[in-house]
Design a protein around this ligand. Structure first.
Ligand code: ADP
Ligand code: MG
Length: 462
């Protein structure tokens, strides 16, 4: 059935293009696929030659599933798509897919991990380095801690725990540490996994009676990078196994670095002994970037993409895409793609049109301090004005603290900005409020319930 071994890449590509033409509008086909070539095809991997990384961004963002489907129709097998930049002189340079989380290809490595040479096979995204990481007030602490750990592993902060919501640079920082350590010593053994992979490999090791190998792989590491630890929530056996891995490494004076989308104590169903262990070292939080940092990130990425965009266009993007740096990049890529393929200068209306879905998406997620104050006032029976007043009776002070606490949890505003919205209080007052409510929630079920209810109302926008 599978006669594709006889196919030449050009033949496969011609047929795939014919499939594509049936699936996408003609102008999209002409613009995005016609200029490409298939430079290599083997073992389920297709390498497309592109003249500009914009093609990769655009195709990965919009057409990757369609393209894979077309390849599959033609070749009868699953195809992984990669891109190569073809230089004007005809030589090619591999482009590591930036949008593929390194975890995906990793699963196949199971079983031969013990033989891996660490320096060249570890799945660190090449561009996730300290050089490409823009430092702003939102991330300077986590950045400084990461640099310190990279410089003297296991001697400064162990473990290092980086947390923050999605798309704020946790994986980037973690890989940057790995790169730096490898630069320092190519033979240092770094193991990078997500907690999901750890769990999968652990389960598979049990099934195949390879537990000894599994343990060896992790316990021989000089540095263990373990990403997205929140995935351990509720997975008791994996937690147990990780607990032992952690202890073995820690006792052996090896560095452990972890990331999570929330602080150790906020990970539901994580055993207390793990929580306390994670807090032994240093915990650093990544916050949403402020406008200056967002602008700096956009400028830095534009330079790397080799595109020139007007300052007002960059500002327009930075003002609208706030909560997630990955989305910020996505927005820039889209505008860059347009700019690269149209000679005309891009105008504001076009940017608006191009980014319509980004902007709508943001609007859905933006919770304002104002909305929080209103909801809290409503639910706790006080006047909105009491949120910023100096009055201090408990029946006002507590709800006000709840509103500050929620502003901290639900918006990307800084402590200072939150303080300003509450009648010009300073950031220490806000921090105190957040801590106080956090502590109260654990002992006061009523309050916890009430906060939960308000949160839901705010989230649903009712
Ligand atoms: P997380 O792991 O927190 O979800 P990532 O580390 O995957 O986030 O980052 C998302 C994207 O944003 C990546 O492409 C990363 O390079 C980029 N990014 C995040 N923070 C920064 C920063 N401070 N400077 C430059 N790029 C950043
Ligand atoms: Mg990540």
């Amino acid at each position: 059935m599978s006669n594709n071994v006889f196919f030449e890449p050009t033949e496969i590509w011609t047929q795939t293009c014919n499939e594509l033409k049936k699936l996408i509008p003609e102008d999209a086909y002409t613009r995005w696929f016609q200029p490409l070539s298939l430079v290599d095809y083997r073992a389920g991997k297709a390498v497309l030659g592109i003249s500009n990384s914009i093609y990769q961004y655009w195709i990965e963002e919009n057409y990757i599933t369609t393209l894979q489907g077309a390849f599959e129709t033609v070749t009868g097998s699953n195809v992984k798509v990669e891109f190569k930049t073809i230089q004007p002189d005809g030589s090619a340079q591999m482009v590591v897919s930036e949008r593929t989380e390194p975890t995906k290809s990793k699963k196949k490595l199971h079983g031969r991990t013990a033989r891996r040479s660490y320096a060249d096979s570890i799945d660190l995204v090449p561009r996730y380095t300290f050089d490409t990481f823009v430092v702003g007030t939102n991330n300077e602490f986590a950045h400084a801690a990461s640099v310190a750990v990279a410089k003297s592993p296991a001697r400064t902060y162990n473990p290092l725990f980086i947390h923050g919501s999605v798309g704020l640079g946790k994986t980037h920082l973690m890989h940057a540490i790995g790169h730096d350590m490898l630069k320092e010593s190519a033979s240092t053994r770094i193991v990078y996994v997500t907690s999901e992979q750890f769990t999968n490999e652990f389960v598979s090791a049990i099934q195949h009676g390879e537990l000894a190998n599994f343990r060896k792989r992790f316990r021989m590491a000089d540095t263990l990078l373990i990403d997205d630890i929140q995935f351990f929530a509720g997975k008791e056996r994996s937690q147990e196994e990780f607990f032992h891995t952690f202890n073995a490494l820690f006792d052996g004076n090896k560095q452990i670095i972890m990331t999570s989308d929330c602080s150790p104590s906020d990970i539901a169903k994580l055993e207390d002994r793990l929580v306390s262990r994670f807090e032994w070292g240093l915990t650093a939080e990544l916050q949403a970037p402020d406008i200056e940092t967002r602008l700096a990130i956009l400028k830095s990425k534009a330079t790397k993409l080799n595109i020139v965009l007007n300052d007002h266009v960059l500002l327009f993007i930075a003002e609208r895409v706030k909560a997630n740096i990955r989305r910020l990049e996505g927005a820039l890529n889209r505008v860059a793609a347009w700019a690269a393929l149209n000679d005309r200068k891009i105008r504001q209306e076009q940017v608006e049109e191009l980014l319509k879905d980004f902007i709508q998406e943001e609007a859905r997620h933006v919770v304002t301090i104002d909305a929080i104050q209103r909801k809290v006032a409503e639910n706790f029976d006080l006047r909105l004005a009491d949120m910023s007043s100096k009055r201090r009776p408990n029946n006002i002070a507590i709800p006000r603290m709840v509103a500050m606490y929620l502003s901290r949890k639900m918006t990307s505003k800084s402590l200072q900005e939150i303080g300003e919205s509450f009648g010009g209080r300073d950031h220490g007052t806000v921090l105190h409020a957040v801590k106080k409510i956090e502590a109260r929630i654990t002992s006061d079920a009523n309050l916890r319930q009430q906060i939960h209810m308000v949160t839901q109302q705010i989230e649903s926008g009712n």
